[in-house]
Ligand binder design. Sequence first.
Ligand code: ME8
Length: 517
Amino acid sequence: MADTTPFYITTAISYPNGKPHIGHAYEAIAADVIARFQRLQGRTVRFQTGTDEHGLKMARKAEEQGRSPRELADEMSGYFRSMCDALNISYDRFIRTSEPDHHKASQAIWQAMEAKGDLYLDRYEGWYSVRDEAYYDESELVEGEGEAKLSPQGTPVEWTVEESWFFRLSNYQQQLLDLLASPGFLEPASRRNEMIAFVEQGLRDLSVSRTSFDWGVKVPGSEGHVMYVWVDALTNYLTGLGYPGDMGNFWPASLHLIGKDIVRFHTIYWPAFLMSADLPVPQKVFGHGFLLNRGQKESKSLGNVTDPVALAERFGVDALRYFLIREVAFGQDGSYSPEAIVSRANGELGNAFGNLAQRTLGFIAKNLEGNLPAIHTHDATDTALFEAVDRALTQDIPQAFDNLALQQAVEAWLQAVFACNAYIDAQAPWTLRKTDPERMETVLATLYICIAQLAVAICPVIPASSSKLLDMMGVPEVLRTIDGIRSHWYSGLAESGYKIAAPTPLFPRLELPAEAD
Ligand code: ME8
C-alpha cells in the first residue's frame, strides 16, 4: 500500500545578513526534490523555508551598514525568496521570523517551557560566537593565530557576561541519548557519534535570553530580555503550521533538512525544547554536506563567491538542479565547477535523455505526420524494456528517494535512459520504416510510453523540462504521477487524434564561455 501520510519537510532558515550563496541554493534544491518526489507518490506535502532574521549577527551587520536590522532583513530576505522562486522551489510558506505570528509562536513555546519549570534566571559568563550564534564551552575552543581563541568551527568568540534566562537542558540528557540512538532520527548515521559524545560528556543548562541588545522576540513578562536567536529560529517549524493553534496533522515534521554545521541545534537543543513543551520531536533530521567551489570553501576574501541565481541563468535552472543532485553523494561534501556542470548537462541530460526524446518524437513528427503510432504485437525486447523502466519507476528510484539517496535515484533513472537508448539503436526504427512498418510503429510506441514514464520519474529533479516534454507529448497533468503514468493511457491518447509537432530541444547544448578558467 502506498504511504499516504502527510509529509512535512523544512529547510534551515537562512541568515539574511548577506545574499544567498550556493550552499543555500543546494539545500533548497535538495529539499524541493524530496518534496516533489513525495507529492509524486501521492502524499500531501507541506514544505517550508525562509529567513532567520533576529540575533546579534544581524544586528551587528545592520549597524556596520548604518541601517536598522529590519531594513537589512527586508532587503536580504527578498533575495532569498527570489532565489527560491528562480530555482523553482515549490515551498508552501516562506517564513520570516520577524513576522507577528512567529513572535506569538515563540512566546507560546517559551511559556510552555516556563510552565514546565525548565526556565530560570541567572547570569551567563562564557564564550559566544556571533558568526555561529552559539555558546561554547572553554574546553571546545581551539587556538587561532596569536592568542586568539576560536570556536570549533573556526569562528571568533567573545567573552560575554550578562543576566540571562537558562533552560534546564541538563534535565534532558538521558532522553536525548535515547533519541539519538534511535535508528533513523539523525542521518547520515556518521553524524550521530559526534552528537552522542557531546551529550555524554554532560549537558550544561543553556542560556536562552540576551539583554545586551533588543533585536529579537521579547521574553514574555521579562523586561529587557529577548530570546536567544536559536530558540525563536527553531520554533519557525511550528509557526508555519499555526502553533500555538491547531497544527493539523503535519506535526511532528517528517524531515528537517539542514547542513552539517547546525546538527547540534537540531538534534539536541530543539528536541529538548519540544520535550519540555510536551510536543513530539521531529521524525528525522538529515545533515547534508557542504558544497565547495572547485574543492574550496567560498569566501569573500578568496573572491570565489558564486551567486546561485547567476549560475542558474547561465546554465539553466534544471541543468543546475540536475547537476547538484547527480554529482554529490547526499550527506557528503561535494564540489562544483562550470566544467563539471556543463559536462553532466550535455552528456546526461542532452545526449542521453534529450536526444532520446528528440529522436523519437522527431521521427514520429516527420515520418508519421505527427500521428501517434499504433501498437501491433509486442515482442520480448519490448517487454524487457517496459520491465526495466517500470522497475526504475516503481522500485529503484522511489526506494532511493525514500532513503534520501538522491544521487542513486538519478543513477537508477539514467540506467533506464541508457536501456532506452540501447533499444532504439538495436531496433533501428529508421531501417524498419522500409522493411517492417508495423514493427516500426510498435517500437516507436514502446519508446513513447517509456519516455513519458522517464519524464515523470525525473520530474522532482528537473520539473520544468519534464513538464515541457510531457506537454509536447500530450500527456494530461492528471497522469503525471507514478500510478498515473503506469496506467494504459497511450492508446486513448493515440485514438484521440493527438498529433505531435516537431519537438523543440529540451536541453540546449551548453558551451563554456571563454572567461571560465
Ligand atoms: O545556519 N554548502 O543559517 P545559514 C551547503 N540561520 N550548505 C551550506 C553551506 C555550504 N557551503 N553553507 C551553509 C543558519 N549551508 C541558521 C539556521 S534553522 C532553524 C537556523 C547551509 O544562513 C547551513 O548548513 O548560515 C544551513 O543548513 C543553511 O545553509 C543556512 O545557513
